[in-house]
Design a protein. Structure first.
Length: 389
């Protein structure tokens, strides 16, 4: 039995096509709630930006920070997009996820963290809040608010969270929005000159940011995606996975903000980098394991659909097998290039993209939809060009 046939036999087929995923649904209360909360938060975040004292002295700080953190966000987004094997997520849902993390979670977390730390000041000794208050309040409030963003996206009727990796992707986008907006605010509020802006980008973006909020919320989002999509599992198991991954993200965030490791290693530069690696690498490793685990589910769902619903004249058994991973895709292009030349190899790459678009169009809108018909035409044209090469 082939790989695709095995997946077809063991993985439930997806639901009937419901249209391309989108956040825009005027009939949905969740959509209007999302718009209202993002708009409310945007007003307050804009006020926090424009009232920063450093910008009144040197407005160039704000513009440089905006450009640098914007480029950072774009680069991060491209890396995450590169790891999408089978589908391209909706740009509008992606934007909503980034805005929730950057505006809603950032604004409300700032208020919630201050409130919790005030409570700690009243309940405990004065040094407790300095040592542990930030770690407890940040891990609890920030991860909960970012989790809420993923849940809101899941509750949108037309968002179509179909696999564990859908949840991972939108969780990463919520976390990225939080990370970039928070770091931008820190940069403009604490920078004295343009050199400080670059230093903030280096320290918070590349030293600390490689295993920060986007990583944590990606782990949380994978749990939400699993809970929503794995209907072949019991709700107890799905809830256990979602809660377990949230607890993992909470512990990673708490561990990052705790001071005890910093105290034991000392204040040297070597100690600083050692603390960053000890705290950060486990988060990155866990995320990669979660992505690998989620990808096996996504591959099974995709293979089951291809095996049961796709015209074999457009995507043959061998072509579907080659599309399962990047290694197989490259190998198929290499074979065509060796047999028919470089131009045919480039056409084979375009053919693979067209086949992936076609499969997604059929899954979301049906084989008779305008997008699917157009993609099918592209596939036939490319196959003809490769055959004639």
């Amino acid at each position: 039995m082939s790989t695709v046939e095995q997946a077809t036999a063991t993985t439930p087929a997806p639901a009937a096509p419901t249209g391309r995923p989108t956040i825009v649904d005027p009939r949905s209360f969740v959509f209007w709630l999302l718009v209202a909360v993002i708009g409310y938060s945007a007003i307050h975040v804009f006020d926090a930006v424009t009232s920063a004292p450093t910008l009144e002295v040197n407005p160039a700080i704000g513009w440089l920070a905006l450009v640098l953190w914007g480029l950072y966000a774009a680069g991060f987004l491209l890396i995450v997009y590169y790891h999408q094997l089978f589908v391209r997520r909706s740009p509008w849902i992606t934007l909503a996820a980034v805005l929730w993390g950057g505006l809603v979670a950032t604004w409300f977390a700032g208020k919630a963290n201050a409130a919790v730390q005030d409570i700690f000041d009243h309940w405990f000794a004065l040094d407790f809040n300095d040592r542990w208050g930030v770690a407890i309040s940040a891990a609890t409030n920030e991860e909960s608010l970012k989790l809420l963003g993923v849940v809101v996206l899941v509750l949108l009727p037309l968002a179509a969270v179909r696999s564990t990796l859908d949840g991972w992707f939108y969780g990463m986008m919520v976390g990225l929005g939080f990370q970039v907006f928070e770091d931008y605010l820190y940069t403009i509020q604490q920078s004295g000159d343009l050199g400080d802006v670059v230093q903030f980008l280096w320290l918070r973006g590349f030293i600390a940011g490689l295993w920060a909020h986007a990583i944590y919320t990606g782990i949380v989002g994978a749990g939400i995606g699993y809970f929503v999509s794995r209907r072949d599992r019991s709700w107890v198991e799905r809830l256990g996975v979602a809660v377990g991954l949230f607890a993992t993200a909470w512990l990673l965030h708490f561990f990052w903000d705790t001071p005890f490791l910093n105290d034991s290693l000392g204040d040297s530069s070597a100690a600083f980098f050692a603390a960053v690696l000890i705290k950060g690498v486990p988060a990155l490793v866990i995320l990669l394991l979660v992505v690998r685990w989620g990808r096996s589910h996504e591959r099974g769902v995709w293979s089951a659909f291809v095996g049961g619903a796709i015209d074999r004249d457009l995507v043959s058994e061998a072509e579907a097998k080659a599309l399962l991973d990047r290694k197989g895709r490259k190998h198929a292009r290499k074979e065509v290039r060796a047999a028919k030349g470089r131009r045919a190899g480039r056409l084979q790459k375009h053919l693979q993209y067209a086949q992936l678009r076609y499969i997604q169009s059929v899954s979301e809108e049906g084989a008779e939809s305008a997008h699917a018909v157009s993609d099918a035409g592209d596939i036939r044209e490319l196959k003809g060009a490769i055959a004639a090469a």
